[in-house]
Ligand binder design. Structure first.
Ligand code: ADP
Ligand code: ZN
Length: 525
């Protein structure tokens, strides 16, 4: 023993003395006590709930070094910096370290001086490194962002798969998996792959009661955004866009319209980007227009709104991104505008990606789960929580559909018309074309294809274009329409199309609020 007094401290003392927190939150203390006693654990807390304390405190209570597996060097660096500031002996071993620094870290590990050591998964599982670790004393192994091991997670990393070997390699060392992604498939998958089937699961509710959800159909997104922002004068918030170009355009647009905005994306000059991030963290009343490059590890408590001008790829991503609002517990808004073009674009990104077919299938399923939430006529919060395997009675009173209940209409006939138009034009055209056929537009292309002579031509002239867009989006959310991205977003018939066409299945549709209500009630019913 080198007289390290920390070993003798209890969890609460460690929390107070080293981290300056008065008391544990939520289920932190349960986890900490369980791990200090030598148990394995699966920790599923939403972002911001305080997962780090769950392994940092036990690492200081137990003898030896806590090994933390983390996927991103930037995240590691932030954590290590914060720990060092608090006076905790912590280090990260990664490729950016000089040989001399790496030597020092290794020495401190072997001597037992180091309390926390952060490593990437690929380094941890390398043979020489595993050998090295066995020569010292490990207090615990914490696998952060553990959803990365699952193809169901939104951030699959093949390197995580090999972490299963830790169970055999370090028997008797407490192992923990921590993540903010907890849909039932991912949860089971990660327990199995990390050999934590027998470990207790510590989960807390994913509900963020102070966040108000709203998802609106895309009409004129810039105007809609300005309109939304007019309710947030003087507030700070994040506006997510998919592309770098759009980030810059929107930031410029907002500045021109009296909203102070700064862009942030990975393609920007590092110094400018960092300056913009700092300004956002420091100043008030600033809109940060960003790609998802912004957010990881940034924890600004007073974000009053998160706006999405493009559709995220999954419910998990949507939840993570919107979750950056209202960390201080005050009322905040999560607002999104989306349209069929977003669905097509997202689908194309999946199809054009490098992932194997199996992963693409999962990605498509994830996208359609999000569509289901966009198109629900029920409580959004209930739908989001249901996705994470949590039941909520609905009627939350803080989502657009609860605040202003959506009317529904029997869209069976409209659905049949749309599906039939898709079928009769050979399942080869996108939404715009199909809608023109339905509405009887004699465009040059339609006439050239002879589609002005088919039976469904013009059968949908009673509903306007916006209603048809809504019908098609909802059918896509129901799985009756599948977008074929290999064919430039052509609409094809999905699994449930047949039953709808044969009249075996009726379809309730939500009436989008932006339509003049009477337009549908007069004509569609
Ligand atoms: P997560 O990893 O779950 O997203 P973090 O571990 O980064 O969350 O913690 C989020 C924030 O909550 C941090 O600023 C942290 O200091 C703070 N925090 C964690 N536990 C406590 C606690 N018991 N009391 C007060 N603040 C806490
Ligand atoms: Zn609700």
């Amino acid at each position: 023993m080198d007289g390290d007094s920390r070993v003798a401290e209890g969890p609460v003392e460690v929390l107070q003395r080293w981290f300056g927190h008065k008391a544990f939150r939520g289920r932190q203390e349960e986890v900490v006590r369980h791990v200090v006693a030598g148990g394995d654990a699966v920790v599923l807390f939403p972002t911001g709930a305080g997962k780090s304390m769950c392994y940092q405190v036990p690492a200081l209570c137990r003898e030896g070094t806590g090994i933390v597996v983390s996927p991103l060097i930037a995240l590691m660096r932030d954590q290590v910096e914060a720990l060092k500031q608090a006076g905790v002996a912590a280090a990260a071993l990664n490729s950016t370290l000089s040989a001399a620094d790496a030597y020092e870290v290794r020495r401190d590990y072997l001597s037992g001086k180091l309390k926390l050591l952060y490593v990437t998964p690929e380094r941890l599982v390398s043979e020489p490194f595993l050998d090295f670790l066995t020569r010292g004393h490990i207090a615990l192994i914490a696998i952060d962002e553990a959803h990365c091991v699952s193809q169901w997670g939104h951030d699959f990393r093949p390197e995580y798969m090999q972490l299963s070997l830790l169970a055999d390699r370090f028997p008797g060392v407490p192992r923990m998996a921590l993540t903010a992604t907890a849909d039932p498939q991912t949860r089971e998958d990660l327990r199995r792959r990390l050999r934590l089937e027998d470990a207790p699961v510590f989960a807390t509710s994913f509900d963020r009661p102070n966040i108000r959800y709203a998802i609106v159909p895309k009409q004129n997104p810039r105007r809609q955004l300005l309109d939304f922002l007019s309710r947030h004068e003087g507030d700070s918030g994040i506006i997510y866009c998919l592309s770098r170009k759009k980030v810059e355009d929107i930031a410029e647009y907002l500045n021109a319209h009296g909203v102070r905005a700064l862009p942030y994306h990975a393609g920007m000059d590092r110094a400018v980007r960092d300056a913009n991030q700092d300004a956002f963290l420091r100043e008030e009343g600033l809109a940060l227009v960003a790609t998802i490059a912004f957010g990881m590890g940034v924890d600004s408590p007073s974000v009053r709104y998160v706006a999405h001008l493009d559709l995220p790829g999954s419910v998990e991503a949507y939840y993570q991104e919107t979750g950056r609002a209202g960390r201080d517990g005050l009322p905040s808004d999560a607002w999104m505008t989306y349209g069929m073009a977003d669905v097509v674009q997202r689908g194309r990104m999946i199809d054009e990606g490098e992932a194997p077919a199996e992963v693409k299938r999962v990605e498509r399923a994830k996208l359609s789960a999000l569509l289901g939430i966009c198109e629900t006529a029920g409580c959004r919060r209930q739908a989001i929580l249901a996705h994470f395997g949590e039941s909520h009675p609905g009627g939350c009173g803080a989502c657009d559909t609860c605040l202003e209940p959506v009317e529904t209409w029997d869209g069976t006939e409209a659905a049949q018309k749309a599906l039939s138009a898709i079928y009769r034009t050979g399942e080869r055209y996108g939404a715009g074309y199909v809608i023109e056929v339905l509405r009887g537009v004699e465009s040059e292309k339609i006439v050239r294809n002879g589609h002005h002579q088919i039976k469904t031509f013009g059968v949908g002239s009673d509903l306007d274009e916006k209603v048809w867009q809504s019908v098609i989006r909802q059918l896509a959310a129901h799985g009756a329409i599948v977008v074929d991205h290999d064919a430039y977003g052509a609409l094809t018939l999905g699994e449930t199309a047949r039953a709808i066409l044969k009249g075996e299945r009726r379809v309730q549709m939500r009436k989008d609020r932006v339509f003049k209500a009477e337009r549908i009630s007069q004509k569609a019913t």
